[in-house]
Design a protein around this ligand. Structure first.
Ligand SMILES: Cc1cc2nc3c(=O)[nH]c(=O)nc-3n(C[C@H](O)[C@H](O)[C@H](O)COP(=O)(O)OP(=O)(O)OC[C@H]3O[C@@H](n4cnc5c(N)ncnc54)[C@H](O)[C@@H]3O)c2cc1C
Length: 424
């Protein structure tokens, strides 16, 4: 897979995919299977490396990938810890999520794309787009030896992750927040290998949360994703390690690898341009309440294959011809994303005392059962709505707008009130 030579001759490619992460190779495989000539350019030397992910996914990801060979551990439950380390545990009878060998997922998807006829060239970095928007797209790239390469293609797919150079080149606006993330792997860790742990608190992870995820071989992946407030994410990570030392009674030692990356949160006004589609992190197709983006990248890739394939067949690769991609994404996941962004804005404004109260309230009565019954890591706002409907005490903790959102008889609208005005 890795060293397939890229032909950059005069004959244009149908599709140039930039980035060999899950989004890129899923699009490449789908379009190659439809008979199009597809080149994937990946700047790193190896597909799947370096790993920049905790690798926790739903069963949908295994279905979309067509394999479960990369699963290292199914998990049945989750424990959520408030700032004071009071916690609530949810546990289902069977697997509710899967911890993956993330590099193995990427390699599997890349091999599938190659089997479908796509060509993957590693060590090839996309730099910019040339040419008039209505002509064929000409991309300038650079090999790892520093040699410039030009590739002409009818369609360019930006699957180049959080800092998308394709989005920049195509002048597609990305009004997203990029949450700095810091993660390390510990070869040995105490803790229940059947569950993941989530840590809330303004001092350890303002903006999102910290996590402890069993790695399937006695160790754990530990990390934080936080607001970009100028404080290095590593500092929050060190504080999380302090919490874990308190929780486990001994510090975690000898980390083997570190991940320093970013998670894009937000909604792009459009995910397409003339001859360009953005897929995955490049299009901020990342779940706003968890920062998870593998399921959404793979689902977006399917939509990109359908719309991109139809546009290639019709010979209309204009922004208008590709617009159904943005429309279909919005129809399918737009409401979930907007509700999640709204909830995120509320949650990020809660004080540590309020977060503790939230954890206590979730632990009360039958709410834990509701979470187990309705919890879906890909569509988390569904369970939030069930919880709010079931618990007046929970609603009291949160702004009035949220109460209105779950009032009986209302449809499932996206609240309009900006909670930022209410809490600081
Ligand atoms: C610390 C951390 C933990 C995470 N944990 C989870 C999790 O548990 N579950 C989950 O679902 N999601 C998780 N995510 C999010 C998930 O990793 C991403 O959403 C997912 O990788 C998106 O896939 P992608 O293909 O869009 O982008 P990527 O996987 O980032 O792939 C982009 C590819 O493009 C390449 N590239 C970039 N620029 C260029 C260029 N100019 N030219 C050529 N190639 C280029 C990169 O090298 C890379 O291979 C996590 C993210 C972080 C940072």
């Amino acid at each position: 897979v890795n060293e397939a030579p890229g032909s950059t001759g005069a004959e244009p490619w149908d599709v140039l995919v930039v980035g060999a992460g899950p989004a890129g190779t899923a699009v490449a495989g789908g379009l190659a299977a439809k008979g199009y000539r597809v080149l994937v350019a990946e700047e790193h030397a190896r597909v799947g490396r370096p790993v920049q992910c905790a690798g926790l996914v739903s069963r949908r990801v295994l279905d979309l990938a067509g394999s479960s060979s990369m699963v290292v551990r199914p998990v049945r439950g989750a424990a959520v810890f408030g700032p004071s380390l009071r916690s609530i545990t949810f546990r289902a009878d069977g697997p509710r999520a899967f911890v993956l060998d993330r590099a193995a997922l990427d390699v599997h998807l890349a091999e599938r794309a190659v089997r479908s006829g796509a060509e993957i060239r590693t060590g090839l970095r996309f730099d910019r787009l040339l040419g008039p928007p209505n002509g064929e797209a000409v991309a300038e790239l650079t090999t790892s030896e520093g040699a410039p390469v030009r590739v002409a293609a009818r369609l360019v797919v930006g699957a180049d992750g959080v800092a998308s150079a394709v989005a920049r080149a195509a002048r597609i606006r990305r009004p997203v927040e990029i949450l700095p993330a810091f993660e390390a792997e510990f070869p040995k860790s105490p803790g229940d290998p059947d569950q993941v742990e989530v840590y809330l608190g303004r001092t350890i992870a303002p903006g999102l949360f910290g996590w402890w995820i069993p790695d399937g071989s006695g160790g754990a992946r530990v990390g934080v994703a936080v607001d970009a407030d100028g404080t290095p994410a590593r500092l929050y990570f060190e504080r999380l390690l302090g919490r874990l030392a308190t929780r486990f009674g001994s510090p975690l030692a000898n980390p083997t690898s570190y991940v320093v990356s970013g998670i894009p949160i937000g909604e792009l006004p459009r995910l397409h341009g003339d001859r360009v589609l953005l897929v995955g992190d490049a299009g901020a197709q990342v779940k706003p309440l968890s920062g998870g983006g593998i399921y959404t990248a793979l689902r977006a890739a399917e939509l990109a294959v359908e719309v991109g394939g139809a546009a290639l067949a019709a010979g209309d690769l204009s922004s208008r011809g590709l617009a159904p991609y943005t429309t279909r994404w919005r129809e399918e996941l737009g409401d979930e994303f907007r509700r999640a962004l709204y909830l995120r804005r509320i949650l990020t404004r809660l004080s540590d005392a309020e977060l503790d109260a939230l954890v206590d309230a979730l632990g009360g009565g039958s709410l834990a059962g509701t979470i187990v019954a309705f919890g879906d890591i890909d569509f988390p706002t569904r369970v939030v709505r069930e919880l709010l409907a079931a618990s007046p005490s929970l609603v009291r903790l949160l702004p009035k707008a949220l109460g209105a959102w779950v009032a009986p008889g209302r449809a499932y609208p996206v609240p309009e009130v900006d909670p930022g005005e209410r809490r600081k």
